[in-house]
Each structure stands twice: as C-alpha cells, then as structure tokens.
Design a protein around this ligand. Structure first.
Ligand code: HEM
Length: 438
C-alpha cells in the first residue's frame, strides 16, 4: 500500500520528465531537419559538436574567453559556429579577411547588438543607442548626433581645452603625491570620468584626492559595468529570463534608477538656467531637445552611455600601459628619455599636440593595447536579417556575431602600424615584444 502510494506520487513527475525529454528530442530533431534542409541551400559555418541543452558551453572553459575561442578557431576555421545554452547561436569571426568582409559587405545587417538581460532593466535597452535595432529612427538620430556633435573633428576640437585641463588635474594630483603610494587605477578612473563629465556638462563628478562618495556616479557606473560583464543564465536559457535567477536585472535596475536620477538632476539644473551658455555637449543636446529633434529622455541615456562606454575602456588601457612599463624597465627608461628630450622644461603647458612628438610613447601604448585589448571580442553584434554570408558561410538570422580582435587586428588603415604577425600573438600574450627601437 505504502509502495503504491509512493509510486503514484512519483508517477506525475516521471510522466512530466518523459514529456519534457520527448518534446526536447522532437524539437532538436525538427531543428536538425530544418537546418539540414536549409543547409542544402546555404552552407552553415563549421564548429565543434554541441551537446543537448548546454550546446558548446563545456568547450568554452578557460581563463580568457577570447583565448579559448582563438584555439577553437585554429581547429574549426576563421568563421565558426557555436551553440551557447539552449537557443543562442554564435558565429565567431577570427580572421582579418573574414572580419573585413563582414564589416564592408554586411555592416548594416550586423549593426544591431544582442541585448544582455541585465540591460533590459527599467526599459534601458529599448532606449539605448547601443542596443536599439538599426532600423529604429531613434537609433539613427542618436548615432547621427554622436557622429556630428560628440566624435566629429569639430566636436573633439571644441572639447580639447577641457581635456587638457582635466589631464593636468591628474598630473598635478600625482605630482603632489610623489614618493607616496598611489592607486593608479582609482586616480585614472576618476580623472577619465572628469574628462568626460567636463566635456559633456562642464562639471567634475570625481573629487581627485577626496574620499570616494558611496553611491556616487563613479561607483554606480563601475558597479553596472561589473554586473553586466558577468555571465548570466538568463542569456543562455531565455525561458528562465522572467525569473532573473541571479538577480542581475534587479541589480542593474536599482543602479540605473540612481544613475538616471543623478544625471536628470544635472540636466534639470542646466535647463532651468538656459541663459548661460557653457559651449559643452549638454548645451548642444538641449538645443536639439528644444527643436524637437530628440526627447529629454534621450539626453539622459546618451550621457549615461558615453560615460559607461568610455570611462572603463580608457582606464583599463592606461593602467595596463603603466603596468607594462613598470615591469619593463628598459622600455620605461626609453619613454622617460624621450619625454625629457621632447618636453624638457615644458612642465606646465604640455598639450595634445605634444603627443604627436612622442613616437616611442605611442608605440609603447599600442603595444600595451595589443597585449591587453580591453575589448578583445568588441561588443557582440547581432545578425538582424538573413543574407549575411562571411567566408562563404551563411550566418543564420538571430545569431550573435563575435569578432575575435586578437585574430583580426590590421583591418583598415588605423591599425596599419600594428604588424599582423605580432598582433596574432596577442592570443597568447606572454611578454613585451615590441617596440625595441628608440
Ligand atoms: C582607450 C579607449 C577606448 C577603447 C579601447 C574603446 C574600445 C571600444 C570597442 C572595442 C568597442 C566595440 C566596437 C564594436 O563592437 O564594433 C567600443 C564601443 C563603443 N565605445 Fe569605445 N573605446 C574607448 C574609448 C571610448 C570613449 C572615450 C567613448 C566615449 C566618449 C567610447 C564610446 C563607445 C561607444 C558609445 C561604443 C558603442 C558603439 C556602438 O554600439 O556602435 N569609447 N569601444
């Protein structure tokens, strides 16, 4: 009797498990058949065999994701396909030619980004320049504003005086602490935030030398970047998204609300005092709001995105360059000698033009970025439409497309100075190998 009641309590669970397994096998079978049928018409990229439910996750263990992808690419080729979890298809582009083909022939089709679940918090991804789909009118408006006001030669020139002043603040701060221990990362991060906030709304958000403000903009930005760069099960198994099992969407929501509150306060104060012109980006953006070209909310989002995208990137690059110079005394000695030779006696009025006269410093900076690229996989791209063919392989619609930059540097003119052979070694960064010259 006891046994039969035990059995009957297990029966529904066993039936449910069987039903789920059958459904899964049917779905996989159906998908294989449809993929095979589609494969007759279009050749899909090769890749390692994937397991049910988890796909290729087990093949992706390793300290650095881009190193793991680079070694898989050596086996499967410069355009390879992986499955992450249940539904995410990833196409990894790992050669300069394939990347060049993708960016020149399919730039528009690949312009969208897959949205990490944590960034869906408070509807952020539906308002974001980075995550909106490229067919959205707001996407076009925001990119146009970036290209014409923020990153245009005119926009950059207009903010030059602010940049120089803020960099001087960092140097003065370090000079005052000569001979004492300094947290370079913290100082550079704060300094870079002030470079951006100075250019955007003519104010400092970081008190150089002061105590870090708990819950202030720098801390919140840093925390958001930390949360969204961690792996999230909601991105691997979208069925579980609603549950937000790791609480990452909730964590970003709390921080977004506080960041937007701070930025809104800055914008409101400026709007209330619109008689005084500061000549910064915020003035230009509010000008566009008053003519109805963008909404007030867009201004908040744009300010947030450049802070979040710019501050960590610049800090990490500078900190690595400093670390590499410290552990390569010969290179450090050459940098110092060059600076003394070129800038000797020009302590107070060093400006951006001087950077062009420091080729060894620039080479050292490039070498450091080659060894430690801050975004070795760039930001993931999304194949929003069919029709993307890279290296003869069709990229299925909805796939995430990753560019493994340590295998692809050398595209276009900007990277012309980086020797491709040296760049390929970035996948196995061991030591400072270049520059040797003076
Ligand atoms: C050393 C400094 C920097 C490095 C190494 C760097 C690197 C990168 C990389 C690799 C990407 C991804 C590109 C792609 O997926 O195609 C990116 C995107 C982006 N960066 Fe930077 N960045 C730096 C500084 C900045 C600064 C100062 C700003 C803002 C003023 C900024 C704003 C952005 C934005 C808005 C995006 C997203 C663009 C998009 O969705 O198309 N970055 N950055």
């Amino acid at each position: 009797m006891e046994r039969s009641s035990e059995l009957s309590s297990w029966l529904p669970w066993a039936a449910a498990a069987l039903a789920v397994s059958l459904l899964y096998l049917l779905a996989v079978g159906w998908r294989r058949r449809s993929t095979a049928a589609a494969g007759c018409r279009r050749r899909l990229p090769p890749g390692p065999p994937s397991l049910p439910l988890i796909g290729n996750l087990l093949s992706l263990r390793g300290v650095f994701f881009h190193h793991t992808l680079a070694s898989l690419a050596r086996r499967h080729g410069p355009v390879m396909m992986l499955k992450l979890g249940l539904t995410t298809t990833v196409v990894v582009v790992s050669s300069r030619d394939a990347a060049s083909e993708a960016f020149t022939k399919h730039d528009r089709r690949l312009a969208a980004r897959p949205v990490p679940d944590a960034l869906r918090a408070v509807g952020f991804s539906d308002r974001s320049m980075i995550f909106l789909v490229s067919s959205d009118e707001r996407w076009k408006a925001m990119r146009f504003i970036h290209a014409t006001h923020v990153l245009s030669p005119g926009g950059l020139a207009a903010a030059r005086a602010v940049r120089e002043r803020k960099v001087r603040d960092i140097v003065d701060y370090l000079r005052r602490r000569a001979g004492t221990e300094v947290d370079v990362g913290h100082t550079v991060y704060g300094g870079m935030l002030n470079v951006l906030s100075g250019a955007f709304f003519s104010a400092d958000v970081f008190d150089m030398g002061g105590e870090p403000v708990r819950g202030g903009l720098p801390e919140l930005l840093h925390e958001i970047v930390e949360v969204v760069t961690k792996p999230n099960v909601s991105d691997l198994v979208p069925l579980l998204r609603r549950l937000d099992l790791q609480g990452m969407r909730r964590a970003t929501a709390r921080r977004f609300e506080r960041v937007f509150h701070i930025l809104d306060g800055i914008i409101d104060r400026r709007s209330a005092d619109d008689k005084v012109k500061h000549g910064d980006y915020l003035d230009s953006l509010l000008g566009l709001v008053s003519t109805g070209k963008i909404s007030r909310d867009t201004v908040t989002i744009m300010l947030f995105e450049v802070f979040a995208a710019g501050s960590d990137m610049m800090t990490v690059s500078v900190v690595w360059a400093m670390a590499e110079l410290l552990r390569n005394p010969a290179a450090m000695a050459k940098v110092r000698a060059e600076m003394e030779h070129v800038l000797g006696g020009k302590e107070e009025d060093i400006d951006e033009d001087d950077a062009a006269r420091l080729p060894y410093l620039e080479a050292a900076w490039r070498e450091s970025m080659r060894l430690h690229p801050v975004g070795p996989l760039l930001l993931p791209h999304l194949a929003a439409e069919d029709g993307v063919v890279i290296g003869g392989y069709a990229v299925p619609r909805g796939s995430t497309v990753l560019f493994n930059a340590c295998r692809t540097v050398g595209i276009g003119n900007t990277a012309a100075r980086v020797r491709v052979a040296a760049a390929q070694r970035a996948c196995r960064p061991r030591s400072w190998t270049w520059p040797r010259g003076s």
